[in-house]
Design a protein around this ligand. Structure first.
Ligand code: HEM
Length: 373
């Protein structure tokens, strides 16, 4: 599609949708919120598909208000404060997975670290992690699913309602309890700076949805690419100073969020396609990340690629607020895997990997591996 056209109108969808594929279109459109808005249409809000998106689903000034609450908790300095927790979680995962026979890397390694970390950051007790995990699986399965529908799917909408009730309800109660603690955290900031239960639920759900599945799946797919490219894996093992460029390439090449949505603010014609104000545009950042007109050897996974400026974490005012944290997790995990293992192999041949993606997110359900010290 990227080579064939700039803009493509999907036929017969419930909401009018036009897709874009090229880096030269997508990067500036993501940065131009005045013409390409993140504000959800009333119809979409009513259908409520996708996780509650209080920050993702707004433009300034509301977006600015919400983002200011979270930003101080995700600066490089704040993220350094999570280093000890990340190390502990990675050590636990290594202990459970290295020299222990066949393991599921999704559950026992990447989810252990990412769900554990977000729960620690949010002060969610260990006994409630099952609820968080259960709902984040559901979110990854339904996220953005309704966009290309040609008819309604009430069963999926029922799942959205279920997640909002269980996870949203839990988080409202959790945030309420944190109001009485002295320890400053992102959750206590949400608790004290937002009033309505809807805002509190949506903001904390976004943190869980944004922080768990994205990073967890980039860890899985980063490792999968290394296993599929043994020369690259060997290169990293013999030169760990390539770690930073390697984790950047993992997000360029297999970024978990494959596309972003925006709404056209004005009527415009692009490449012969008429877009009306209110139409949804889909910006395929996964395609932009491999656009040969923007990046050389774009289909090659190259752990030494530098510079490597990509839109895997988005662009503009909504650019991933957790990118420093995600990079810290990826660096800690792959750094530790290099020292803790001498080899990693797929345990069930072609049946080792099970996909659970929905086209919007690159999601793994299972990855059966054996890791040897
Ligand atoms: C490798 C891991 C990650 C990837 C690939 C990723 C990707 C993205 C992308 C592409 C966006 C932009 C969405 C848009 O423009 O519509 C985004 C936004 C966001 N991400 Fe991430 N993300 C990752 C990790 C994280 C983590 C660890 C957190 C939180 C702890 C997080 C929280 C968020 C939030 C809250 C937003 C919304 C920002 C806003 O609307 O201003 N993400 N992420």
């Amino acid at each position: 599609m990227r080579a064939a056209c700039r803009a493509y109108r999907h036929p017969d969808t419930l909401v009018p949708v036009v897709s874009f594929f090229r880096h030269a279109d997508i990067a500036p459109m993501l940065a131009d919120w005045e013409n390409w808005s993140s504000e959800r249409s009333e119809e979409k809000k009513a259908r409520g598909l996708g996780p509650a998106s209080i920050m993702l689903g707004n433009d300034p000034p509301l977006h600015t208000k919400y983002r200011k609450i979270m930003v101080p908790h995700f600066t490089p300095q704040s993220v350094r404060g999570y280093d000890a927790v990340i190390s502990r979680l990675v050590d636990e995962a290594v202990e459970a997975c290295v020299d222990t026979g066949e393991i599921d890397f999704v559950e026992q390694f990447s989810q252990h670290v990412t769900t554990g970390l977000i729960c620690e950051i949010c002060g969610i007790p260990a006994e409630d992690r099952g609820l968080i995990r259960r709902n984040s699986i559901l979110i990854s399965e339904i996220y953005g699913k309704g966009l290309f529908w040609k008819e309604p799917h009430p069963e999926v909408e029922a799942i959205v309602t279920g997640v909002s009730v269980e996870l949203g309800g839990y988080l409202i109660g959790h945030v309420e309890r944190l109001k009485n603690t002295d320890k400053p955290s992102v959750m206590s900031a949400i608790a004290t700076q937002l009033d309505s239960p809807y805002e509190i639920a949506a903001m904390s759900m976004l943190l869980i949805a944004g922080g768990v599945e994205t990073t967890a799946n980039n860890i899985v797919h980063g490792l999968q690419e290394l296993i599929r490219n043994p020369v690259q894996f060997e290169m990293l093992r013999s030169d760990p100073s390539l770690l930073d460029t390697a984790i950047e390439e993992m997000v360029r090449y297999r970024g978990t969020l494959r596309r972003q949505e925006r709404v056209a603010k004005n009527d415009i014609e692009i490449d012969g396609v008429t877009i009306e104000a209110g139409d949804t545009v889909v910006l395929w950042n996964a395609s932009a990340c491999r656009d040969p007109d923007y990046i050389e050897r774009s289909e090659e996974f190259d752990i030494s690629r530098s510079p490597n400026k990509h839109v895997g974490y988005g662009n503009g005012i909504h650019m991933c607020i957790g990118n420093v944290l995600a990079r810290a997790e990826l660096r800690a995990i792959f750094g530790r895997l290099l020292t803790a293992t001498s080899s990693i192999e797929e345990a069930r041949g072609d049946d080792s990997y099970e996909d659970a993606g929905n086209g919007v997110m690159d999601v793994a359900r299972r990855y059966s591996l054996k890791m040897h010290s």
